[in-house]
Design a binder for this molecule. Sequence first.
Ligand code: ARG
Length: 274
Amino acid sequence: TRRFLQIAGLSAAALLLAACGKKEEAPAPAPVASAPAPAPAKVYVVGTDAAYAPFESQNEKGEIVGFDIEVVQAIAKKAGFEVKFVNTPWEGIFNALGQGDRDLVVSAVTITEERKGTMDFSAPYFDAQQLIAVKETSKVSKFADLKKLKVGVQTGTTGDEAVTKLQGKTSTNIKRFESTPLALKELEAGGVDAVVADNGVVIHYVANNPGGKFKTVADKEFVPEQYGIAVKKGNTELLEKINKGLADIKADGTYDQIFTKYFGAPPAKAEAAA
Ligand code: ARG
């Protein structure tokens, strides 16, 4: 009996030790005996290059805000998942998605055939087109006029692609910036003759920087673009949730409400006015 008690005592001590050891690893353990809590809603990490107002930018409090942000928040609410936005530099944004550091990317991303090779896109959620920004005094009246001029673009954007196609891959007149606002600041400073970027962002920047004395030049030569929400290639489970949520917010008027908040009129009217 004595030996049994000793063994029992030892194993009790061992159990205690094991329990203590476990406690240190997990500082906030759930009470062992209680029923398992309901699984919390999945939190998806959303990458966005938040220097792209009005689609995504940081407010004075450092919060990430904008049209894209509200669209994704509305989709998440409908689809029953949670989202956490993480400011992510444009140049690394698709790598972060591919490596699983971000579950989705919303960043005014144009759906292109090339990108479709390395990521999957939701249904389109916004129509866009490239737009030229120049100084008020500029003689530029069409895209072809930029053939021999110094042009600022954001690296790796569809604006970069368009200008690279116009001037040729070896052109030394393309100045590439890590953000579109930096390219526009260079235009203001006189370091480039023009900037080519998404219309919504150019219009927003010009309107909010009257001191820059900019004007915009549109050209039908630019191919129409559409923004999509990107997920890692093959993540059909998340993509289906997003597409369902997007369809739902379009059907119930939420999408139009967000659109009107940012662009002054619901989508159809905004298009007719453009
Ligand atoms: N729509 C363009 C593209 O996909 C530019 C997007 C840049 N977005 C951003 N948040 N900086 O290439």
